[in-house]
Ligand binder design. Structure first.
Ligand SMILES: *Cc1c(COP(=O)(O)O)cnc(C)c1O
Length: 231
């Protein structure tokens, strides 16, 4: 077994174990392998080990890998998890199964426009800056509910839940994950179609165990699968 297959197996064991102690069902948690800065060959290794959900953070890098000889024919579910500028939206529409990182109404409007032009429906999450760190992207938590009706009303896109990147401190991270789960609950109450709002994308290599305990339905793991990164 290669390293990546081994890391994935270990991770699945850990996920099962956290689920057991926290009363969660492992099948309710989608593991997304985050491959930013890593070559297509390593994604292929993960895919061959059964990993179908792949997360990328940079538009250009994503496009190169998605269209590469090694990967273009595979039924990979691509997740776009990096910061997304409005002018890049058109490049990824139709190529990703979920956009995790919409952090402005304007970007959602652009996503809606591009999806409408292609006559497709695009699923997305709103990224929330739960830590309040100015260096982080994300909509401030208190701006979500006032804008919710606008997000709900945009044609050809469907809001499916919320995403966050937590503080490095584990105590703070738990508080921030809890805040995201609470916000999703409030969003459901405001929604004309609460059944769509099912996803909490939270937890990375350092804190996915806490995220699962606090209700994550998607965890985004890079380092623990592919090893450390230079940038
Ligand atoms: C890089 C990245 C991850 C994965 O981080 P690791 O600590 O390597 O597991 C998850 N989510 C986002 C948004 C990222 O940019």
């Amino acid at each position: 077994m290669n390293n990546i297959a081994h890391n994935l197996e270990h991770l699945h064991e850990e996920i099962r174990s956290v689920c057991k102690t926290s009363g969660r069902n492992p099948s309710d948690i989608c593991l997304i392998a985050v491959s930013k800065t890593k070559p297509a060959g390593l994604i292929k290794e993960a895919y061959d080990a059964g990993q179908m959900d792949i997360g990328e953070s940079y538009v250009q890098e994503f496009l190169e890998k998605e269209s590469s000889d090694q990967l273009s024919e595979l039924p990979i579910r691509w997740h776009f998890i990096g910061h997304l500028q409005s002018n890049k939206v058109k490049d990824i529409v139709g190529k990703v199964s979920l956009v995790h990182s919409i952090d402005k109404l304007g970007t959602a409007e652009e996503l809606s426009k591009r999806a409408s032009r292609k006559n497709i429906i695009v699923d997305y999450l709103v990224e929330i800056n739960t830590s309040g760190e100015v260096s982080k992207f994300g909509l401030p938590p208190d701006e979500l509910l006032p804008k919710a009706a606008h997000f709900f009303n945009l044609p050809n896109i469907r809001l499916r839940g919320l995403m966050t990147i937590a503080s490095p401190d584990r105590k703070k991270a738990r508080y921030e994950f809890r805040m995201l789960a609470d916000l999703l609950e409030q969003l459901r109450e405001a929604s004309p179609d609460p059944g769509l709002l099912t996803e909490l994308s939270m937890g990375m290599s350092q804190d996915y165990d806490i995220a699962i305990e606090e209700g994550a339905t998607m965890i985004r793991i890079g380092t623990a699968i592919f090893g450390s990164r230079q940038r």
